[in-house]
Design a protein around this ligand. Structure first.
Ligand code: HEC
Ligand code: HEC
Ligand code: HEC
Ligand code: HEC
Length: 153
């Protein structure tokens, strides 16, 4: 064969070899050894354990009741019963160990996220009781008048 044919051939062969070598080093030993999974196809066996160890950020309301029964009691009998504590206080993670306390946001923007009136009925968000933030007592924070855990006056 002529040189000008051999050169590209060598190029292709070395590229394939390179891919095979890279694959040998890059693919983990336990990839695909457990056959196919219906959802994920071939997968890395140890990823199951990795995800089991993945730190949970949100714990849910049940988790808070033991230590904050008063707040939990107030909110579960109020119109805010559908809102999770962590929606306003942020993810609990391993609280009270880490972080020791959760954030308390007293700003108007915390409430406006859900209660700024939306004039267009494009989503269920527009059905939440809304106020006009620039007209509804703009000089004060909402929680001066509304208890966030039981907001109806
Ligand atoms: C094992 C008990 C325990 C659990 C469970 C717990 N907390 Fe706490 N929380 C504490 C302690 C202790 C503090 C700090 C003590 C203090 O000054 O009130 C605290 C502080 C807080 C604070 C700050 C209070 C302040 O006055 O600064 C908030 C907000 C809070 N927790 C929310 C939550 C929420 C929401 C959950 C559920 C996702 C939760 N906590 C679960 C024990 C707990
Ligand atoms: C709608 C947002 C919202 C939700 C939902 C909410 N909180 Fe609060 N929480 C606040 C705000 C705002 C404050 C500060 C109130 C203030 O300073 O007047 C607060 C204060 C607190 C405090 C400090 C002590 C106190 O009563 O002032 C604790 C503890 C607390 N919340 C726990 C909880 C727990 C537990 C839940 C769920 C059962 C929860 N919160 C749900 C907004 C919320
Ligand atoms: C995650 C969304 C969300 C946040 C944040 C939130 N709310 Fe609400 N709020 C609701 C829902 C849902 C209701 C119940 C609506 C219903 O009953 O149809 C409600 C009801 C209310 C009501 C009663 C209105 C009525 O006419 O019945 C008041 C007042 C209120 N919230 C004030 C506040 C204040 C003050 C804050 C901030 C501390 C706040 N909300 C934060 C979702 C939210
Ligand atoms: C100075 C006290 C005060 C402050 C501050 C305040 N409100 Fe109110 N709010 C009231 C009173 C009183 C009512 C009931 C009478 C009315 O509808 O105006 C009310 C009613 C509401 C309603 C029910 C409206 C409806 O049409 O059913 C919502 C929602 C609400 N407030 C949310 C908020 C939010 C969110 C903030 C902060 C951005 C806030 N409020 C700040 C006093 C206050």
């Amino acid at each position: 064969m002529k040189n000008h044919l051999l050169r590209p051939l060598f190029l292709v062969i070395s590229f394939v070899a390179l891919v095979l070598v890279a694959r040998y080093f890059a693919v983990p030993d336990d990839f695909g050894i457990n056959g196919r999974n219906f959802t994920y196809g071939y997968y890395r066996l140890s990823s199951i354990e990795d995800w089991r160890q993945f730190p949970v950020a949100y714990q849910g309301r049940e988790y808070c009741i033991e230590c904050h029964g008063e707040e939990a009691g107030a909110i579960t009998s109020s119109v805010h019963r559908v809102i999770q504590c962590e929606n306003c206080h942020g993810p609990a993670r391993k609280h009270p160990d880490d972080p020791e306390r959760l954030q308390i946001d007293r700003s108007r923007s915390l409430c406006q996220r859900c209660h700024s009136a939306l004039p267009y009925p494009s989503s269920q968000r527009a059905e939440l009781p809304g106020i006009d933030p620039s007209g509804h007592n703009p000089e004060a924070v909402c929680v001066d008048c509304h208890n966030p855990h039981n907001p109806v006056l």
